[in-house]
Design a binder for this molecule. Sequence first.
Ligand SMILES: O=c1[nH]ccc2cc(OC[C@@H]3CCNC3)c(Cl)cc12
Length: 351
Amino acid sequence: SGSASAAAEGAAAASSSNTSVSSSGSMEAGSDFDDIAELGAGSSGVVQRVLHRPTRQAMARKLIHLEIKPSVRAQIIRELEVLHSCNSPYIIGYFGAYFVDSSATICICMEYMNAGSLDLVLTKAGRLPEPIVAKISCSVLKGLIYLRENINCLHRDVKPSNILVSLEGDCKLCDFGVSGQLIDSLANSFVGTRSYMAPERLNGEEYSILSDVWSMGLSLVELATGRYPIPQPDSRDYTSAFSSDRQRNLAEHREAAVKGTRLRGMEPPQNGPKQMAIFELLSYIVYQQPPKLPSFAFSENICDFVDCCLRKNPKERLGLESLLKHAFIQSYEQNQEPEICLGNYLRAVLS
Ligand SMILES: O=c1[nH]ccc2cc(OC[C@@H]3CCNC3)c(Cl)cc12
């Protein structure tokens, strides 16, 4: 930990958000960190809120258990080093990573976001109003563009739990596939009952930035309705969360964005099994029509935006720059109504 402290001291002086904790790769865990709370657990590991004592820096530390040989560990640490050069308001800050020898665990130290990930926000907010979904979409697009332009990497795992927000109104991407070796080491670790993977990827075809666009589109439908959108809800499912009066629904979005009020999310599927088996769900994504938002409860702009992301054929999907110019993003980007801001909304809805 001595080397880490020295590195952190030096880096902290640089006061950049990308101070490096350690690249030695052999530093024992925990010596410089105080565990404060558990932030969440996902399919690849547990995330804790920690304090890096030498720098007094609050951090989020992700622990991933990996049974791999030392040479592969060193390669993962090396491949993660490029994250030190990531400096974007839409990408989570990176402090460094190290292995805990005794428990074959990699610890990845990242910037702490005090409003957590969007899967957790959604459980409290019910569903997110359109202006908030627009702000999040804009940040996700800018984050994906930054990854492609600066580290030439795709995200590969866009979903609500990998989009982080802060009470100051920041929205950043995390857990993107920057280390090929880490991707390979995690290849068989998928556990879960839902997938944000694009049809072409489920079909074993070439993965491209347009597959990230599909995952973003699916995530936005979930954020806007409060429910994972596959299988496609039927009309009865919609009536629990949305009024039949279109104008009332549209007014409700704006009001909830300004006041930070919770909106009732959609119930899980009533008809049929509570939760579709994962294989059935994956074949549904590949063979059935893509999900879409109910036009009676949402604006044409957001309905068209998600349709442009959720085309089954990747060649028909819009690219990142075109999506950034879409009316859904522009309509909120331009008349940036001061009372509609992500920070105010999150402070109200999470209070
Ligand atoms: O503050 C954070 N920084 C980096 C990663 C991170 C991940 C988080 O949660 C991830 C889990 C995964 C599934 N649900 C929540 C939270 Cl809740 C905060 C942070």
